[in-house]
Design a protein around this ligand. Structure first.
Ligand SMILES: Cc1cc2nc3c(=O)[nH]c(=O)nc-3n(C[C@H](O)[C@H](O)[C@H](O)COP(=O)(O)OP(=O)(O)OC[C@H]3O[C@@H](n4cnc5c(N)ncnc54)[C@H](O)[C@@H]3O)c2cc1C
Length: 332
């Protein structure tokens, strides 16, 4: 194992190369901080894994008002780029700012030690005064309660028919599709599929999610009004079985219907074990979140910050980018 240690430790190690971690990396590089971004996959891995092809990346996700104060800005013509171009722009920001980054490196632990913290990966350990956790919540996407514990969130026998994301919704046609979830990503899938397929959306609430962006909400209501989308509000999926080439999906314990595809779009889960291992206390119900000061520093671990989706403030790219800017200003 290689040990990366400057005489007084690196200024900052950033765990995760999504919008939050990259923003922190770009700001750290611009301020001349000794830094490194450690990313277990590739830069923007969550977007690569879960965004459908050519998905417009919007900056008012969940109704957030976009404000950019740092170097990374997605405004004007960049305010709604297709996912592929958005990722390309992110790579360009990283290159232009000379962000120090290692991809394909998973952080296994963050413990007090050295100049502040020792960050350990499979092949190296880094000694840093500050650590920024920007891991996101999609390491383990949320799935049906009965499938928790399944590798990749879907039972082997159902894979391919039941999925957590559709890479190319435009290639799906003539199918009966059930989408589970009522947030923006569920509704965006429904909107892209409903002109060529028979699409239903199952959501446990009595209406679409409160946090839905106004555009997605209006478009979904319009599709429902024209009979292109069926809403199954107040439903929980209680069982899924194979029915020949199709899926038999049971809602609320008794209502069984057949579909060709089931897309489960429930969002991610907070990696509580990882946070506990770092010493970061989590609290709150029903969803536990890291206990943070206003500065996003852990209430229990001085010098250790949590940003992006993992901070649990609001899951949106603009929020993640802003938090990266704020934290680097704070630790400088
Ligand atoms: C389908 C879908 C569509 C969306 N569309 C939009 C949109 O249009 N606009 C918008 O604003 N938001 C959108 N979002 C939300 C947005 O993607 C998130 O808010 C954003 O990605 C959060 O950024 P982040 O950096 O906190 O986390 P992430 O983007 O999840 O990045 C975390 C990174 O950390 C890495 N990582 C995890 N664990 C480790 C480890 N142990 N060691 C090293 N690296 C690790 C991961 O590989 C990942 O690259 C969408 C989300 C989904 C699922």
């Amino acid at each position: 194992m290689v040990s990366f240690s400057l005489s007084n430790g690196m200024d900052v190690v950033i765990v995760g190369g999504g919008p939050a971690g990259l923003s922190a990396g770009v700001e750290a590089a611009a301020r001349g901080l000794e830094h490194i971004v450690l990313e277990k996959g590739k830069l923007m891995q969550t977007l690569l894994d879960f965004y459908p092809k050519e998905k417009p990346v919007v900056m008012n996700w969940h109704g957030v008002t976009p404000v950019f104060e740092g170097i990374m800005r997605f405004e004007g013509t960049d305010a709604e780029l297709p996912a592929e171009q958005f990722i390309e722009r992110c790579n360009r920001y990283a290159q232009d700012a000379h962000v120090q980054m290692r991809e394909g490196v998973e952080v296994s632990s963050v413990r007090p030690g050295g100049a502040g913290y020792l960050v350990t990966t499979s092949d190296a350990s880094y000694d840093a005064k500050h650590v920024i956790l920007a891991l996101g919540v999609f390491g383990r996407p949320k799935t049906l309660p009965q499938w928790e514990g399944e590798r990749s969130g879907i039972p082997q026998r159902l894979r391919g028919k039941a999925v957590l994301s559709l890479k190319d919704p435009d290639a799906v046609s003539g199918l009966d599709v059930l989408i589970a979830g009522g947030g923006d990503s569920a509704v965006e899938d429904a909107l892209r599929l409903c002109s060529r397929n028979n699409v239903s959306i199952s959501y446990r609430q009595a209406d679409f999610g409160r946090r839905l962006s106004p555009e997605n909400h209006a478009a979904a209501i319009e599709c429902v009004r024209h009979g292109h989308l069926t809403t199954l509000f107040g439903t929980n999926i209680t069982a899924v079985d194979l029915a020949g080439e199709r899926l038999a999906v049971t809602l609320n314990g008794s209502d069984t219907r057949e579909y060709d595809r089931l897309v489960v779009r429930f969002g991610g889960t907070t990696p509580l074990e990882f946070l506990a291992g770092c010493g970061v206390r989590c609290a709150g119900s029903p969803k536990a979140k890291p206990v943070l000061k206003d500065s996003l520093e852990s209430a229990d671990c001085p010098g250790l910050y949590v940003i992006g989706d993992l901070a649990g403030v609001k899951d949106a790219i603009v929020v993640a980018i802003q938090q990266g800017v704020r934290v680097i200003r704070d630790i400088r």
